[in-house]
Design a protein around this ligand. Sequence first.
Ligand code: SAH
Length: 276
Amino acid sequence: MEQQATDAITNPESDSVPSDRETFAALLRSVVPDLSDEQVAQLMRYRDLLHARNQVVNLTAVRDFDGIERRLILESLRLHAHMAELAAPGARVMDLGSGGGIPGVILAIAFPDRTFSLLDATGKKVAFLRDCIDELALANAGAVHGRAEELAHQFEWRSAFDVVTARAVTSLSALLELGLPFIRQKGWMLLPKGADIDEELRIGRKAAGKLGGTITEASFLPQVGSLVDTRLVLVRKDAPTPGSFPRRAGLPARSPLGTDQDRPDKRVRRGKSKQP
Ligand code: SAH
């Protein structure tokens, strides 16, 4: 394991040298063999844009080239086979809490025939996503500034997506509450998670039951030149999500469904004083 770890990743504190085009292409194609030269070029440009903007705006804790190439880009491409299976050509995909575009921008490059809405609550991240979309000429992607708790109650967003992805956003229970309302029936959530999620899964199964979802699997992704063990949680929407979900901003994460903190949203919006 230790040997594997040193092989897979250089010291994350030091800023490593970016791979040249040929090495980068070989790395990407070890996971997705049929990426075109144009897609490789777009992913390389994205790597450089993310690295540069991350010096001035905090987009991701992964700051060095090696980490961006392997832990962000390669990790996102590991979702390729599941995406291809669960999101048919023409499908609408939302990346919830996309941040610097992970995995949303990477998947939008890899799947030009699916459309992507990249949602984030932080303005400076959405500004970066818009710059990426322009620079990479991503005709199939749009960035949306807002909170899932609010957007998911709007008619044009509710039940409007075939697939929702989310990486490193919040607990599984909160993700289900935020994400399932956006999905049409028989649509899917694809949620990459760490290895140690048994407790999250136990709570998540209870939450899923209240939201019309079913966690169908949480298998480890095959190890490909990557340090971290990733389990991909797959959730199918089997029934409509009750209109009371998601609860108001912050509650899904603070009072997760399926735990003993779980409580209904009793707030009457009118007449409440603003929190400091
Ligand atoms: N997916 C990216 C970003 C993770 S950081 C990555 O893997 O690097 C989590 C992001 O989720 C932040 O950018 C935050 O602004 C966003 N976020 C958290 N809660 C949200 C919500 N309720 N609605 C929309 N975005 C949210």
